[in-house]
Design a protein around this ligand. Structure first.
Ligand code: ADP
Length: 560
């Protein structure tokens, strides 16, 4: 063994070692390729080296050069002009390599007599599925070509080719790693974007149930910033104020979830998801209704890799549920009373004694008519409310409406039964507004009947009107129980009633003001209340004097 040979081996080992180090450290691809090229040129006693990589369009671009002024690199392009796309290193060749080299040497004036070119090949891997797409086991993908040039006329030997092949392998690994890394980064970006646009909260847990990442929605929902949540056990974020399911994820996991479905060939990552529902306590102490689906991600061996948790805010479903309950209880209560009265009177009337007393008969029939009217108007309100929910109240018949006359009409209707002084306060020249007379009467009727319902007998109810050139304002004032400030917005919501013994003593559905506000808004107007508990209430309705049908339809959609 000559000293030269020994020295050569040492240098080869040193190069391969530093290349291996460069590969594992995160050096950029160009730097790694240059290092590889330098080693190859040096060990093969060449003078010039080039690495060309195949780009997406299957053409080649030079990525690293050695021993060449950069400006000269383009002169070598003919070498990679029509490299055949091979699937095995054995098939690789570059047509007329010798002639091309001659032309390049002539063009550049460089003394280049010999060239060796070897393919850089890898077995393609699909990063996403982790499953090799190898067809027939040996199909490889051509990533690039490594060239070494000599200025002396010594031919490259088989040994030389083997040395270069090991460098080509390293170069292929470097390129492949860079490519996989890039794919991984792109995938991750895509995943981040997907996670972040999701309206559901999403969290990925490790097998130890620690958080590995959470998306923006879940950050907002829980109050945990993403970076801070990572590394915490999942139950630091998922804190239940109340839980509908018996067991937590941790308990279910300890009990053996997710069990593999024996005897099936179902993809293992589809292990059965687990659903938990309840009231989640946020970091700031407030509570939100959520439903969480935990989906296990299993390795092929069945080992648990991750759990993906989808956290959905179900407040709206809960509210809808609560509303349905309210609806049923209100409607049944409100329907029962008049039906019982009608039935009672009808039974009495069917007895012969009653028929002999015309005055009693008249009184009872009157009561039956009155209760039937109440039932009919309750049904009307319910229908209106459901139409409104479905996208607006259909309005037609727009006319000039004299609201002072409407107010008088409403007051006249209540006067016989009300034990309250009902006062009208309109200026004589009070102008008309454009609107639907029946619906505007419904507005005043609701406000006046509420003023009577929610104040004690004897208390004055005053309906006043004022006008400006563009608008009219109607106010309905009572000196009754009043409305606490925090309830003054909510009373306009569907089925909403103030929760107090005084209110409970008065029958009602909580639909009147909801419909009233919808009608006012459909006219392009506004409604609000000024009140304090025990100090009476004043409802204000402002309506534009002129409104077109167009405006009307448009605004009927903005019901909240
Ligand atoms: P209802 O009267 O059928 O309950 P409304 O929608 O007309 O439904 O009113 C909603 C709630 O607003 C009432 O239940 C009551 O608590 C409150 N409210 C309405 N008008 C008055 C008023 N003039 N004074 C005090 N509270 C009122």
């Amino acid at each position: 063994m000559s000293l030269d040979f020994f020295d050569y081996r040492v240098r080869q080992r040193d190069y391969l070692l530093s290349i291996a180090q460069a590969l594992v450290s995160r050096l950029n691809l160009r730097a790694v390729l240059r290092l590889i090229l330098q080693g190859a040129v040096d060990l093969l006693q060449g003078q010039v080296g080039l690495i060309a990589l195949r780009t997406a369009g299957k053409t080649f671009t030079f990525w690293a050069s050695y021993g060449l002024p950069p400006a000269m690199v383009t002169s070598f392009e003919s070498l990679v002009e029509d490299v055949p796309d091979v699937t095995s290193p054995a098939d690789f060749f570059i047509p007329e390599l010798g002639e091309r080299l001659g032309e390049i040497a002539e063009e550049t004036g460089l003394l280049l007599r010999q060239v060796v070119a070897l393919p850089m090949m890898v077995e393609p891997q699909s990063l996403i599925s982790g499953i090799s797409r190898r067809a027939g086991g040996r199909t490889q993908e051509l990533l690039g070509v490594i060239f070494v040039f000599r200025s002396h006329s010594l031919h490259f030997s088989l040994d030389d080719r083997q040395v270069l092949a090991s460098f080509a392998d390293y170069a292929a690994i470097a390129v492949n790693n860079a490519r996989l890394y890039e794919t991984a980064v792109t995938e991750r970006r895509r995943m981040d974007a997907l996670l972040d646009v999701s309206a559901d909260g999403i969290m990925v847990l490790g097998p130890d149930l620690n958080v590995t990442r959470i998306n923006r929605t879940l950050s907002t929902l829980t109050g945990w910033p993403g970076e801070e949540a990572v590394g915490h056990p999942y139950d630091a974020l998922i804190v239940w104020a109340r839980r509908n399911s018996e067991r937590t994820l941790r308990q279910v996991l300890e009990a053996g979830w997710p069990a593999r479905i024996a005897g099936t060939d179902a993809p293992l990552w589809q292990g059965r998801p687990l659903y938990v529902e309840g009231e989640l306590r946020r970091r700031n102490g407030s509570v939100v209704s959520v439903g969480i689906t935990y989906a296990p991600l299993l390795a092929r061996s069945g080992r648990l890799l991750n759990i993906i948790a989808i956290v959905r805010d179900i407040t709206r479903f809960r509210e809808a549920d609560a509303l349905k309950d309210t609806f049923i209880s209100i409607v049944s209560h409100e329907l029962k009373t008049p039906i019982a009265i009608v039935k009672g009177y009808a039974e009495t009337l069917s007895r012969p004694q009653a028929q002999r007393d015309p005055a009693l008969m008249k009184e009872m029939l009157g009561a039956i008519v009155e209760e039937s009217d109440r039932l009919a108007s309750l049904v009307d309100d319910l229908l209106d409310a459901s139409r409104l929910q479905a996208g607006g109240l259909p309005f037609q018949d727009i006319e000039e409406v004299d609201l002072s006359a409407v107010a008088r009409h409403v007051v006249d209707r209540y006067r016989p039964q009300a034990q309250h002084p009902l006062v009208l306060d309109f200026p004589p020249d009070f102008p008309a507004v454009e609107g639907n007379p029946r619906r505007l009467e419904q507005v005043l009727d609701n406000l006046v009947s509420n003023a009577i319902k929610y104040s004690s007998p004897g208390g004055e109810v005053r309906i006043a009107g004022q006008a400006t050139p563009a608008e009219v304002t109607i106010s309905v004032h009572d000196s009754g129980m009043g409305i606490p400030l925090e309830e003054q917005e909510r009373i306009f919501e569907r089925f909403y009633r103030v929760e107090s013994p005084d209110t409970r003593a008065v029958s009602g559905t909580g639909l009147g003001l909801y419909l009233t506000r919808a009608i006012v808004r459909a006219h392009g107007g506004r409604i609000w209340v000024e009140s304090a508990p025990g100090r009476g209430a004043t409802f204000y309705v402002v309506l534009p004097r002129q409104t077109g049908l167009a405006l009307w339809e448009e605004s009927s959609n903005h019901e909240s």
